[in-house]
Design a protein around this ligand. Structure first.
Ligand code: MGP
Length: 260
């Protein structure tokens, strides 16, 4: 697995400017385009699927700030495991230390499985001037983590990072907007990856999970390694929660046999 080159935008990448161009089921999201991307008119590109799950920019900016303060200052690398069209990776790349100038992260890696979606992300990041500051990967983030932890020689040099100083951020698919029908969302029914699968893959490192606002907090609480706490933050736009993020510390060696 290696760093991706700059990918071309394809016919699946859109910058819609008129409601008539937008499929009916995405019109609600397109109407919110300036909340999602305040600079939408500068030429933000999206794939159709990206509209459902993209993190609104004000939320992504706040998460980048909170992630930096929750984890130890010694953490230098952040990996966005479900890069999408780039909203989180862009905010992470723009995040600075308290001096307001030094980038908070020495390295931001963004992994995305779908080539047109990654092309949108690279294009969008270029609008914010950070495309070159992000290491892009076209591939499966579970495979990446498996290689990083067990077989790092199979990774390109840009992707071989020190796991002790790396933080993971995951905004996985939730199985579509249908998550809203449950009053309390059972994270073990989340598709295609449930909470247990995500946690198993991420537990060796500090990680932040972007989850439905109604997620079952009891399921999240069970993931706390012994002697640690998990912070959970609700992120609101105009007074309404959009999602929650659980900031979960890395498991220590002695937690390794614990059944999650
Ligand atoms: P939403 O669930 O469509 O509800 O999106 P919204 O816009 O609050 O509409 P209303 O009908 O409830 O008024 C809320 C937020 O959830 C979006 O901004 C996305 O960031 C996030 N989101 C939604 N989905 C379906 C996903 C998903 O599958 N994965 C991820 N990571 N985020 C999602």
């Amino acid at each position: 697995m290696k760093q991706a080159k700059k990918l071309p935008l394809t016919s699946q990448c859109h910058h819609w400017t008129r409601l008539a161009e937008v499929p009916w089921d995405l019109q609600k999201y397109w109407q919110q385009r300036y909340t999602i991307f305040p600079y939408y008119n500068d030429g933000i590109y999206m794939t159709e699927a990206a509209w459902y799950g993209v993190t609104p920019e004000p939320v992504a900016t706040r998460i980048a700030h909170d992630l930096a303060s929750v984890v130890s200052p010694s953490k230098a690398t952040v990996v966005d495991l479900f890069g999408g069209v780039g909203a989180n990776a862009i905010s992470l790349a723009l995040a600075t230390c308290e001096d307001g100038e030094t980038p908070r992260w020495s390295k931001v890696i963004a992994i995305e499985l779908d080539a047109p979606t990654l092309a949108c992300a690279q294009h969008n990041a270029s609008l914010y001037g950070v495309a070159e500051d992000i290491v892009w990967v076209l591939g499966d983030s579970f495979k990446y983590l498996q290689l990083l932890l067990n077989d790092p020689d199979k990774l390109g040099p840009e992707l071989r990072v020190d796991t002790a100083s790396t933080v993971l951020f995951a905004s996985p698919p939730w199985g579509g907007p249908g998550y809203k029908t449950d009053e309390i969302f059972d994270l073990n029914t989340m598709e295609p990856y449930n909470l247990t699968q995500l946690h198993r893959a991420y537990r060796a490192m500090d990680h932040a999970l972007y989850l439905p606002r109604t997620s079952d907090l009891r399921q999240i609480a069970k993931l706390a390694p012994a002697g640690t706490k998990i912070e959970v933050v609700q992120y609101c736009v105009e007074g309404a929660s959009k999602a929650m993020v659980a900031y979960i510390p890395a498991a220590k060696d002695e937690d390794d046999n614990q059944d999650t």
